[in-house]
Design a protein around this ligand. Sequence first.
Ligand code: NAD
Length: 499
Amino acid sequence: MSVNESNYIDGVWRPAAAGGTREVLDPADASTLAVVAESDAADTDAAIDAARRAFDAGDWPATPVAERAEVLRRVAGLLQRDREEIALTESRDTGKTLEEGRVDVDDVTAAFRYFADLVVNETGRVVDAGSAEVHSVVTHEPVGVCAMITPWNYPLLQASWKVAPALAAGDTLVLKPSEVTPLSTIHLFRLLAEAGVPAGVANLVTGAGDPVGARMSEHPDVDLVSFTGGLPSGVKVAQAAVPTVKKLALELGGKNPNVVFADACATEEGFDTAVDQALNAAFIHSGQVCSAGARLIVEESVRDRFVAELVARAQRIRLGRGTEEGVECGPLVSRQQLEKTEAYVAGALAEGATLRCGGARPEPSEKRPASGYFYLPTVLDHCTREMTVIREETFGPILTVETFRTEDEAVALANDTEYGLAGAVFSRDTARARRVAGRLRHGTVWINDFHPYLPQAEWGGFGKSGIGRELGPHGLAEYRETKHVYENLRPAPVRWFGG
Ligand code: NAD
């Protein structure tokens, strides 16, 4: 496959029909990593037609569940076979560290295995109809043709949370990865073919949100749109999907609070853990994580000590090319993301925040060329809920600090967001930690931890963080229709009407 043949339609790798191409850049130095197809609405239509035919006339929807599960397990095995190669691709393409790339491949493998196991056990149920003369069952069927649109920060992971359950359910699909980071998804589709996913069942189209994603969202032959990305694009996708009443799953942004009570810092070990996790929460993948704990909300009595240690450690974070040994944070994904981060920091300072560290691009070096999109881990102190940097998702290495005095105040601050994706509470008072976790209006809440998720537990957001859930049983249910079949075992006239 020459690299610009990145559209996989009806089992064939092809370039864009009109010949369009796009350069994919290495964010560490802005050099060209690959050239891929830049598709248009006609390519998109061809992929949707292939998926439609495969659903309406192909074998996949009726393939026994155990066989589909076996294909998913083969994909999992192939992901592990290619683990190093995929991790390297993901690291180069997104800027994340190689180790993070490896973790992603393992997580993706786990998702394929999880849905393979789940689908053979979630087979529907017999319903007690209240009569021995009625047989009533609830069954699951595939939804149909699924359109999937994914973001640039966890390209492979976000794709797998959609592709694995959809294939398990018997759907057919068209996926559009982010135009910024399409390379690991191209690799995944090669593995799908190798694992035996039939032609037309899984189709890939590379290109921009508009026209490719926009066309997928409005196309009358698409039954479901599953979108992961930012709120503004998610709203456009939803608007495009409504006239044809498509099923809709949206995984959008987050503005995630990390609430630290003073009691969590009462011992040296507790203090060290809370500071360490606050750094992980905010700076993993340079903060380009939907669940990033970008808002530190710390009890006032420990603020000075906590922030001083946080700043000292943030200044020691080793920034460089993600593929290089010992690097802890890579570059931001694109020039646009770098400039957005700079604008948020400038805005916060103008609104009265105090810069404690970072706030600039690093001095260029051999490890961090000036052409790369590097930005120093940044801590902004004395932030208030009115500031733009507190209200909006910055998606960069910016940690803001707010303080509270009472539990009620902490909860009010943590819930004061239009989003509701994730949040954490650090406290060694178990009752308090659970009480606060119960009051947080977020889809995932961590107690004394930050970031872990499990394929068997639902992931998704309250509020404007989205609609629906990925992972867990609910993550499979998104890709299935539910049908009730009621069978009368002793048919006879009911004589409701006269005769
Ligand atoms: P984005 O919204 O810019 O793009 C996401 C995808 O949508 C891309 O493939 C893009 O090409 C496509 N797109 C853009 N405009 C479109 C349109 N009009 N119609 C259809 N598709 C369109 O987001 P991004 O910058 O790639 O990713 C970052 C965002 O993703 C952040 O807001 C982050 O929080 C969110 N995200 C959420 C989760 C989650 O699980 N909730 C996970 C990862 C990322």
